[in-house]
Ligand binder design. Structure first.
Ligand code: SF4
Length: 219
């Protein structure tokens, strides 16, 4: 059954969920947020792409700050940039942005750092593609992430695997919202780069006995 607007969860949260379930829970269940150097840099960088600018160059149109959603997956968010490129493909109508012709859609994300050796950025980009597909009925095959540190765009194909992973994360987010239970802290390599390290305090790996004790206390 499609999700209502009120039940949709933030696309941006999927990268938190892919990074660490507990981080997602602290931000999206406990509503806590702490800024570190990395998050501050990212926030400042996004102020321009969120400004709603439009740019039209030969064969390419860019729209920033568009709101998107998928009722099927229960996701909503705001794109950094939607790029619409002239293509040899079929004639399409995209009334949402008032465009018709031979166009294809490409989501573009801006990240302040450099490419990561995990898929947290890619699932966020893929979630945007899935929203665009539901909203327009068009296939979105590829997207781009511009990494400020290396000043370059990396191109990504939305394979079946990454689509599946993104859909699973969206489902997991809804299940966690429904349960209302903050996932346990499991100290790992991501903790060093986590802005919530002090809040989370993941120093002690919890035994099953301790987990059961918390379950009894907090349900
Ligand atoms: S400190 Fe580690 S366990 Fe805690 S939220 Fe951050 S990444 Fe997750």
């Amino acid at each position: 059954m499609p999700y209502s607007d009120e039940d949709c969860i933030a696309i941006s949260g999927l990268q938190h969920l892919a990074f660490c379930k507990r981080q997602w829970g602290i931000i999206h269940l406990e509503q806590e947020w702490a800024e570190n150097f990395l998050t501050a840099e990212g926030r400042i960088m996004h102020e321009r792409v969120d400004s709603g600018y439009q740019e039209f160059r030969k064969g390419v149109r860019q729209y920033s700050g568009l709101h998107i959603r998928s009722q099927e997956l229960g996701l909503y968010g705001r794109m950094d940039v939607l790029e619409v490129e002239k293509t040899e493909g079929p004639f399409v109508d995209i009334p949402w942005i008032g465009l018709s012709g031979n166009w294809q859609l490409r989501p573009v994300e801006f990240k302040h750092g450099k490419p990561k050796n995990n898929d947290v950025d890619l699932v966020q980009l893929c979630a945007q593609a899935l929203c665009l597909e539901e909203m327009t009925g068009l296939k979105v095959k590829e997207g781009s992430i511009y990494y400020c540190e290396i000043r370059r765009r990396n191109e990504f194909e939305f394979t079946d695997d990454i689509r599946e992973r993104t859909i699973e994360l969206a489902k997991e987010g809804h299940q966690l919202i429904e349960s209302g239970i903050l996932p346990y802290a499991e100290k790992g390599i991501n903790c060093k780069a986590c802005s919530l390290l002090e809040f989370c305090q993941p120093r002690v790996k919890q035994s099953e006995k301790l987990k059961n004790y918390y379950r009894e206390l907090f349900g």
